[in-house]
Design a binder for this molecule. Sequence first.
Ligand code: ADP
Ligand code: MG
Length: 157
Amino acid sequence: MCGYVGTGHCPVPTDTIKMITNSAEETMLAGEKLAKKLKPGDVVALSGDLGSGKTTFTKGIGKGLGVKEPRRINSPTFVLIREYDGRIPLYHLDLYRLDNIMEIENLAIEEYIYSDRVTVIEWAEKIKCILPEKRVTVKFKIKDGDKREVLIEDLRH
Ligand code: ADP
Ligand code: MG
């Protein structure tokens, strides 16, 4: 659903993929596949509960972008932003600890979002108001056992 109400046709084609992954490996693979479609400047906004697979998915994106040793991509406790070299370099933002809008301003997050790299943001819903409309959103839900629902919406068009 694109939400467009008007002349009867939808001018904003939106690719939506919903899948269930059965393991961390499968979630990584989904990230790797998405990475093949990413270009410099793209923003990937991840949301979902703790342990739902955001960092795992980011490792897959890193692998797909040609980051060396993508498994070392993790969610550090005190650093909100990490950079990784790759075929396309990657900014990885984890905003879990971001508590207020002042901190966002201090971080100058726009510099990361409007860059020539791929920017992947965990807990992106915390800064939804400053995210570009043209982005890829990925929403994770924890299901039974090791299953995760992964909903990918490509809003870049
Ligand atoms: P988040 O960044 O959302 O907090 P992580 O990716 O760090 O989540 O952690 C997900 C945890 O769940 C990891 O320990 C991973 O091994 C485990 N896991 C089990 N099944 C899956 C799955 N299908 N997809 C992703 N992670 C899974
Ligand atoms: Mg994480």
